[in-house]
Write a protein of this length. Structure first.
Length: 101
């Protein structure tokens, strides 16, 4: 055990003179998907599409202008956009240890 902190993972401020190796952070540079802003924007957009599809309806003489098929198409487009944004975020981050994400 090095220093007085009781932590064995690397050096602390008191250990700089002893030459102990610095601890390496192993956490990824990108956040988990559920912690990102784009995830909450995606959920809000999907909720808006679903609510709009439920609320908008045609009258007795016309068909439904925003039906379930169109709502599902827009939710699919939103999901594709979300996956692309996460892919770009992960592609832009670099990991120093060379491990796959």
């Amino acid at each position: 055990m090095s220093g007085s902190s009781g932590w064995q993972g690397g050096r602390v401020a008191g250990d700089l003179a002893t030459g102990a190796p610095a601890a390496h952070r192993a956490d990824p540079e990108t956040k988990s998907s559920f912690k990102t802003t784009e995830f909450f924007v995606f959920l809000a957009a999907v909720a808006a599409v679903v609510v709009t599809a439920l609320m908008v309806s045609g009258d007795a003489n016309t068909a439904d202008p925003f039906n379930a098929e169109q709502a599902l198409r827009y939710v699919t487009f939103l999901a594709i956009g979300y996956m692309i944004s996460r892919g770009l975020a992960k592609a832009a981050s670099r990991r120093r240890d060379g491990a796959d994400r």
